[in-house]
Design a protein around this ligand. Structure first.
Ligand code: ATP
Ligand code: MG
Length: 410
């Protein structure tokens, strides 16, 4: 893609109302635009990154046997009244139609997926079953802040599983936990796993996946010697206590952002919606359910909070909008056009800054956007191309053939 033709170009200054790095850099670099507090448009650059995050999440959910579906956002109030959520969930957006009917906007989808599952869960042979979607959620959050970390409209991967018994649920729960850790790793993040009390309707244990960042809203205690981590809200421990797991270090406090969680829902929803199946003894039984969320848009913001410097974003290659940003300077236009075409033919994702701007402005734009590799072609580079990684200073002069070979290596 040519930068001259890109909608939403990098801006020379950050937005005045940005309270966090992700808000500041994502708007300035041209990834998002704020419509109002907690509601954002994703630009061509932003959508490329979001699509890569979605696809990493999707591949790992498919790998644990999840089947992707897409459920509606507009819900009849009856489903929410059945579970009690209509009156008890403070973030639920409620609307009334012009004929006086009540609706809710989906803040989560247990109320929709559970009655759906009635159609295909008849016998123990139909279990286990895991359905997921990657879709927008609407929540009347009191304070939508921190850029895309807390939205009133935000995207989530939400998966729901149905099981014959607790043992099968426990097996799947562990598989999803492992899949989540693989997802965060592929996204360039290190997530700590806390054990937390469950959601609204269950006292069962759940896991929360936390990334340490001052932009986050959760307070956690963790050990820097082992994996131990708890949410301070529920912790029996205090800062400075010996780690209860390894005993080799003391607990430290940190701010963190929750990038996902897994919950044991028990039989709450299957009972509410009378979802039953015939078990191995021919008896009627209620399946045990789990739910598994990952905040895909929040993750995009958390990556920026973790991976940036004073010049801009440092996207991991797995989610960078483009692999390389090609800069043509005076005298390098023809060579740049040739290299651009060669890279496109080789299937390399390349953003060509073909604008008539000063070298300084183009270098600044490349650092701000944060694609992993910067390529420069100018009168000075002759028949070579200057190669530089966004994350390090040294430059190298390579032939176009060497450039293509490096960029198509894996
Ligand atoms: P939080 O404690 O941050 O409000 P939650 O416990 O309400 O999160 P869930 O309802 O389980 O979260 O949603 C699953 C995931 O969706 C969360 O782990 C988080 O990554 C993301 N998420 C939740 N609320 C928001 C929001 N308002 N904006 C962006 N992402 C969110
Ligand atoms: Mg919440």
């Amino acid at each position: 893609m040519k930068l001259s033709q890109l909608a939403f170009k990098p801006l020379s200054t950050a937005p005045a109302n940005a309270d966090t790095i992700n808000h500041q850099l994502l708007v300035q670099a041209g990834f998002v635009r704020q419509l109002m507090a907690g509601v954002y448009t994703y630009s061509p650059l932003g959508l490329r990154t979001l699509n890569k995050i979605r696809n990493i999440v999707r591949s790992e959910m498919n790998a644990v046997g999840g089947q992707e579906i897409l459920m509606p956002s507009l819900h009849p109030s009856a489903n929410w009244k059945t579970t009690g959520g209509w009156d008890s969930i403070d973030v639920l957006f409620k609307l009334e139609s012009r004929t006086g009917k009540d609706y809710a906007l989906g803040q989560s989808h247990e109320e929709i997926v559970t009655p759906l599952a009635k159609e295909f869960i008849r016998s123990y042979r139909d279990l286990p079953l895991a359905l997921y979607q990657i879709h927008w959620k609407f929540r009347d959050e009191l304070r939508a802040k921190s850029g895309i970390l807390r939205g009133r409209e935000f995207e989530m991967k939400d998966m729901y599983s149905f099981h014959e018994n607790q043992a099968d649920f426990d097996r799947f729960y562990q598989e999803v936990k492992d899949a989540y850790l693989r997802i965060y790793k592929r996204l360039g993040l290190v997530a700590k796993v806390t054990e937390a009390s469950g959601g609204n309707f269950t006292k069962k244990v759940s896991y929360e996946f936390m990334v340490l960042t001052d932009a986050g809203e959760d307070d956690i205690y963790y050990c820097d010697n082992c994996d131990f981590c708890v949410n301070s809200e529920i912790a029996k421990q205090h800062v400075g206590d010996d780690c209860p797991h390894c005993g080799k270090s003391v607990l430290q406090a940190a701010k963190a952002s929750e990038v996902g969680n897994v919950f044991d829902l028990g039989q709450k929803y299957s009972k509410d919606f009378e979802v039953t199946y015939t078990d191995r003894n021919g008896q009627k039984a209620y399946p045990i359910m789990g739910c598994y969320g990952i905040g895909t848009t929040r993750i995009m913001g958390v990556i920026v909070e973790k991976l940036h410097d004073d010049k801009g974003i440092l996207w991991p290659e797995s989610v960078a909008p483009f692999k390389a940003q090609l800069i043509s300077l005076r005298g390098g236009e023809t060579a740049a056009a040739e290299l651009y075409q060669t890279l496109l033919n080789a299937g390399v994702e390349v953003l060509w800054d073909d604008r008539d701007l000063t070298p300084g402005a183009k270098f600044a734009a490349a650092d701000l956007i944060g694609n992993p590799i910067r390529l420069v072609v100018s009168a000075k580079t002759g028949d070579k191309v200057e190669w530089k990684a966004r994350s390090s200073e040294p430059t190298e002069l390579l032939t176009p053939t060497e450039i293509v070979a490096r960029l198509t290596k894996n």
